[in-house]
Design a protein. Sequence first.
Length: 379
Amino acid sequence: MPDNRAPTAHCGRLQIDLSALARNYAAIAARVAPATAAAVVKADAYGLGSGPVASALWDAGCCRFFVAHLDEALAIRDELPPQAELIVLNGLPPGVEPLCARHGIVPVLNSLGQAERWAETARARDRRLPAVLQLDSGMSRLGLAPEDGVRLAHDDRFRQAVDLRLVMSHLASSGTPDSEANAMQIAAFDRLAAAFPGVPRSLANSGGAFLAAPYHKDVVRAGIALYGGSPSGGPADALEPVVRLDARVVQVRTVPEGTGVGYDLTHRCTRPTRIATIGVGYADGLPRTLGNRGAAWFDGRRLPILGRVSMDSITLDVSDLPAGQPEEGDWVEIIGPHQPVDVLARDAGTISYEILTSLGHRYDRHYRPFAGVNSGRPA
Ligand SMILES: *Cc1c(COP(=O)(O)O)cnc(C)c1O
């Protein structure tokens, strides 16, 4: 891990703990067994780097990876052994089916059009091609309408051309365990999936992994919980933190009572105030909604954000720290043991998913390696 004193030219430092990631995978896998846990690594593994994340998860025993788009699958295809199954949640836009087939990537078929084009691609290549079928159980986002699912189930030409690896659906309210929508969706999914006897099923995301066993089906698709975020937004069901983010203090200065701070002077100092300016802002993925609401941490103390969040800087009230602290060049904690990502997200009025997937590109990134190389790797 980085040396606090070592000079770095970066405004901020992002540490990603691949060992914690692997332990979170193991914890979810144990929780949902005998179902298996797959990893959702879309959006560059929620901003943490899909290459290193997917490799560490493979070493932790994960064999199945979900991404949103074909290009995300292509980006990690060579990072993983050929046996790793890569599945594209959003399915394929017309015309890219041959590219997908050539790389051995598995599309989710969300519509009759996608199903027909994939079957056609298989016939043209004269072999069966694998796919996952998504059935809409009530979220109305992606997936086949009930009548279209039944139609495909009985379409022999389709069933001969396509090797269905999984039928899946997605829960709209899994982060709200007592929502009635969960019970309605599982009932709808069970009814729809019954048309595909013998095909394994997948319904749950991270939130679903924390619901009762019937929700786990055969395959759980875990995203945010792997990365240390809580599916419900409450820290209670969060697993180990994976991300730590620190920012550099670029200037410290005391201003008199009555002074305005930041764009539009939205904060007025009610006392002589020592202000530390840190060199990260909304261009680094820290939302403007943190202005006058969020905080950073230093030496166990909460440092409230004063005024607006700028593009490249944020102003903190450090008046309550001992004189001389922090100094220029010191690091303050933005995400870490004092401020979990869910707390930062709550202060910003958003969810951990949005904070992680917005993490900027100006940080000095460090990966703590996962030592258990090849444990659980299939032969
Ligand atoms: C993003 C996504 C997931 C992962 O959701 P988490 O809440 O991050 O676990 C699972 N399934 C589908 C279809 C998704 O789009």
